[in-house]
Design a protein. Sequence first.
Length: 194
Amino acid sequence: KRFEESFKLITPGLLFEELGLEYIGPIDGHNLGEIISALKQAKAMQKPCVIHAQTIKGKGYALAEGKHAKWHGVGAFDIDSGESVKKSDAKKSATEIFSKNLLDLASKYENIVGVTAAMPSGTGLDKLIEKYPNRFWDVAIAEQHAVTSMAAMAKEGFKPFIAIYSTFLQRAYDQVIHDCAIMNLNVVFAMDRA
């Protein structure tokens, strides 16, 4: 958090320019005129260019603006109410089953801990983070930290669960091998969207 705050003190684009890239922005990513103008400007440049477009997730749909987690990866929904549209015979998802069972286990065993990397609702850990905030965490976009911290917890006798989207686990491949597998630690990986 401190790094993010101090990073704001740097003039926008300075980092990219120091890396030899041209920089345009920030521009309003919802303004088509600004986008077209920036693209024309970038096309005329003689070297690689970064266009910094600021957007608001869900812009223009009042039910979605400001509710980032809920609207991150949605299925079919009613556009007027924003409510999910499910078939009457819809089966529970693997995520729902995992979340319910982990919640049951966590209520019985105090040594169960868990972590996710910026996807608490998508991996089903949101309910556990709510109920057991001292045992389940969201470490943001820090998959390597998620794996290493849970390996340390396993070493201390905890039963850690790492709930992570499969595509993002590649960021922590070395930690899976070196910190968990070679150490023969009891760490459960619940890979969602696999």
